[in-house]
Design a protein around this ligand. Structure first.
Ligand code: ATP
Ligand SMILES: O=C(O)C[C@@H](O)[C@H](O)C(=O)CO
Length: 333
């Protein structure tokens, strides 16, 4: 069991707010982007990937965001709807803003980077008045993603969503998703991340992302990081450590470690999104933290062993099968 009490009487399981963009993943892998010439187009954006993952787990999902009024925006909306995601609060921009592009470079399975084009993107133009209170009120869980805090009015839209979630007892998860190129300074990032994190029940981030948030603090240990947020709303703090696995801290002072599974890695990005989807799905099923972290870790392996993020988000049976195959020693890297 875990200690998160999700409201029962809700028609939606999971709603996310934030970035909807396009991934353009290099087809010529294991070389620098300068030497690539073709890309495959996928829907992207960390919160979008997580929502797609939750929908693949057969949860009832919705998205709150803004897309460009062009072919890319229509591609994104169509894809979400094909994945049974409620897009009633995905609004069109009519100012000529564009869709964020994430060009991915896969130099090697352990050396990947993302070149992000994010000038004048539609997703950061979502306004507080465009956030649908009723959608959040009928959701069990709201996910916020850090990059949506980078600029106004998206920043204020996220805080409005947080206010609605608090008002209606909707559980709040915060995936830190720190993307430095979207921010003016680390200090600005830390201020807004900390203000948002104080309202959240579940916080997921890497050690580096928490270090950024704690740039005004002296101590940066996993334990001090976690205990800091239990003085606010947090029930669970997850600190991810890549291939080394992850640690969950709970308000009662306990910690729970999860190892990573073996994976035939094609690219490392997408691990965090798929891990978040798998972990949050497990917690929503009422599983123990260990089982939820295990499910997230296996979900991550499936995605990092694939070329895409969104397309590769697995179904629950695929994740259970991956765990079973690892336990039988059938996945050797
Ligand atoms: N090379 C790997 N092999 C196996 N599992 C991995 C690997 N990298 C990450 N994972 C799994 O995915 C989880 C999340 O990965 P990570 O800590 O890299 O988060 P992240 O930095 O948010 O990911 P992303 O690269 O998508 O931003 C890890 O806790 C681990 O379970
Ligand atoms: O979050 C982004 O904007 C880029 C993602 O779409 C990409 O798939 C990735 O980095 C996954 O975490």
């Amino acid at each position: 069991m875990n200690d998160i009490a999700f409201p029962a009487d809700r028609s939606l399981d999971f709603t996310a707010i934030g970035r909807l963009c396009i991934d353009l993943n290099a087809n010529e892998i294991n070389r620098p982007m300068e030497e690539t010439s073709t890309f495959t187009k996928y829907v992207g954006g960390s919160p979008a990937n997580i929502t797609i993952g939750m929908s693949r787990f057969d949860l009832k999902t919705a998205f709150i965001g803004k897309i460009a009024n062009d072919q890319m925006g229509r591609f994104i909306r169509d894809y979400l709807e094909k994945n049974q995601i409620d897009t009633s609060n995905v609004v069109n921009d009519y100012t000529g803003a564009v869709t964020g592009l994430a060009f991915t470079e896969i130099k090697s399975p352990t050396d990947c980077s993302i070149l992000m084009y994010r000038d004048n993107v539609a997703d950061l133009l979502l306004t507080p008045s465009e956030v649908n209170e009723e959608l959040i009120a009928k959701s069990k869980l709201l996910l916020i993603s850090g990059t949506a805090l980078a600029q106004s009015p998206s920043r204020e839209a996220v805080f409005q969503a947080l206010q609605y979630a608090k008002k209606h007892g909707t559980v709040i998860a915060f995936d830190l998703d720190y993307r430095p190129y979207t921010w003016k300074s680390q200090e600005e990032t830390a201020v807004y991340y900390n203000l948002a994190a104080e309202k959240c029940d579940i916080i997921l981030g890497t050690r580096e992302e928490f270090d950024m948030m704690e740039c005004f603090e002296q101590e940066h240990s996993d334990h001090s990081t976690a205990s800091r947020w239990f003085n606010h709303s947090a029930q669970i703090v997850i600190i991810k450590h890549g291939k080394e696995g992850s640690i969950a801290y709970t308000k009662d002072g306990a910690s729970h470690r999860a190892k990573s599974f073996p994976a035939k890695v094609i690219k490392t990005f997408g691990a965090g999104d798929s891990y978040a989807a798998g972990f949050l799905y497990g917690v929503m099923q009422g599983w123990t933290l260990e089982k939820s972290m295990e499910f997230g870790s296996a979900s991550a392996c499936i995605v990092i062993s694939s070329h895409s993020c969104s397309d590769a988000m697995p179904r629950a049976e695929q994740v259970h099968d991956y765990i079973a195959r690892c336990e039988r020693g059938e996945i050797v890297v």
